[in-house]
Design a protein around this ligand. Structure first.
Ligand code: GDP
Ligand code: MG
Length: 167
């Protein structure tokens, strides 16, 4: 089976670090240039008889304000139609207005979405996380919520497991 898995989130939440964890040495395609195609392919994982194509979806990969404004005018779900699963990455130590914008778009898309709370290695007091997570959970239903550390590899196996289930 083969399918598109979208990694979405505002800049600096750890998308590239997560991708490197997920594809590791198996990385076969990367692209750094912005493209006008529906998806920007970030990497392909072809382990264990499955193929996961990790993509960065224009409109949800938010790098700069101008891009945000332009993409905001598009239909929220139009570029996400062939995505099997969305990995919505947030930084467990910081919540911003850009996270909120991404969340609102995802809620409209109605795609199966897993919330990945990254950088848990940096969260001193786990209770600090709850106000943000509660807000997130009240706006859309997630397939699962997984605390991860892309940097240290914590819980990446759980992410791979849920990805395989959706291919
Ligand atoms: P992107 O902009 O979403 O692609 O984010 P990057 O992958 O470039 O990561 C942004 C910064 O966060 C980098 O300095 C990473 O080293 C750091 N980072 C990513 N994941 C983690 C994590 O799990 N824990 C910690 N402490 N830092 C992380
Ligand atoms: Mg990046």
């Amino acid at each position: 089976h083969c399918g598109f898995i979208a990694i979405v989130g505002r800049p600096n939440v750890g998308k590239s670090t997560l991708l490197n964890r997920l594809v590791g040495q198996k990385l076969s395609i990367t692209s750094r240039k912005p493209q006008t195609t529906r998806h920007r392919i970030m990497g392909v994982d072809t382990r264990d008889g499955y193929q996961a194509v990790y993509v960065d979806t224009p409109g949800l990969h938010i790098e700069e304000k101008r891009t945000i404004n332009r993409l905001m005018n598009r239909a929220a779900s139009s570029s996400l139609t062939d995505v099997e699963l969305v990995l919505f990455l947030v930084d467990g130590t910081m919540w911003t207005a850009d996270d909120e914008m991404v969340l609102n778009k995802l809620a409209k898309s109605q795609l199966p979405t897993v919330l990945l709370v990254n950088k848990v290695d940096n969260v001193k007091d786990k209770h600090e996380l709850f106000p943000h997570l509660q807000e997130l959970a009240s706006k859309m239903e997630f397939v699962d919520v997984i605390p991860v550390s892309a940097k240290h590899g914590t819980n990446i196996d759980a992410v791979e497991k849920i990805v395989r289930q959706h291919l």
